[in-house]
Design a protein around this ligand. Structure first.
Ligand code: ADP
Ligand code: MG
Length: 257
């Protein structure tokens, strides 16, 4: 049994179907990138996984247990095992970097000040930012703020890390930095990572496996090599950044089914 499984998941908002029969299994320890265009439902997938959104049909399991219909106390325990790095996650500007990273520790853990301090230092070193504890978030660059946000999440030592568009809006140098942090965290913590992105540079740098979402399902799944050399025109167009017209897309879909 995989660590995380989606079984026949349907999800719609009003008349708009986002997922129709989504099946996906994520193994413990793997780094999976979810690819797909804007608005296909990548963030919705992550939100269903942590129980923020409920599927209309189907099941989602975490470590063998269905999270659908879990009591909120049980769901809270699942969420403690999953760290989320959300798109545009904000730091508290009125708190120092140290207090930002310590925030979740103070909320959820019984740790003394020495332990908190050690954990904060550890998390900031892992994201390549030792020594910035006393600074204010406002004095940091956008790329550094992203890394502080990541340090705040990993300070809680989650087993799974969810990254929602971790490099969107970053320049190439900061993109490479974040990619390297994702790679080194995986090595240092042996976490399971799920990265949502439409940035192929990030996808190829950080993943063991890629899966592409299109029209409510996973239409392709494979290794970096397989995606680079794919003969699936839909995947090929996405990977190479070609944008077919809608009618071409319909034809490509028909061929790839
Ligand atoms: N809570 C919500 N209520 C209504 N519509 C939503 C909600 N969350 C997402 N959507 C819609 O679902 C679609 C997929 O959203 P999202 O998962 O955020 O896309 P992306 O793949 O870009 O992350 C979008 O059309 C979005 O507007
Ligand atoms: Mg999104």
């Amino acid at each position: 049994m995989a660590l995380i499984e989606f079984h026949g998941v349907d999800k719609a908002f009003g008349p708009k179907a986002i997922y129709t029969g989504l099946n996906l299994a994520i193994e413990q320890g793997e780094a999976l990138t979810i690819l797909g265009g804007s608005g296909v439902g990548k963030s919705v997938m992550l939100k269903m996984l942590i129980g923020l959104l409920k599927p209309d049909r189907g099941d989602i399991t975490f470590d063998g247990k269905s999270i659908i219909g879990m009591k909120s106390s049980e769901l809270a325990r699942v969420r403690q095992r999953i760290g989320m790095v959300f798109q545009g996650a904000a730091l508290f500007d009125s708190l120092t970097v140290r207090e930002n990273v310590a925030y979740g520790l103070r909320e959820h853990f019984h740790m003394n000040e020495t332990e908190i301090s050690e954990r904060v230092d550890w998390a900031l070193s892992l994201v390549g930012l030792p020594g910035v504890e006393a600074m204010n978030p406002a004095d940091l660059s956008g790329g550094m703020r992203k890394r502080v946000g990541l340090a705040r999440t990993i300070a809680l030592r989650p087993e799974v890390l969810l990254y929602d568009e971790p490099t969107t809006g970053l320049d190439p140098i900061n993109t490479t930095r974040i990619n390297n942090v994702i790679i080194s965290l995986k090595a240092a913590l042996s976490v399971t990572s799920i990265v949502v992105t439409h940035d192929m540079k990030t996808a190829f740098a950080v993943s063991n496996r890629l899966a592409m979402v299109h029209k409510g399902r996973i239409v392709a799944s494979g290794t970096v090599e397989e995606f680079r050399n794919t003969e699936n025109p839909l995947v090929h167009n996405f990977v190479t950044g070609q944008a077919p017209e809608d009618e071409d897309m319909a034809a490509l879909m028909a061929r790839s089914q």
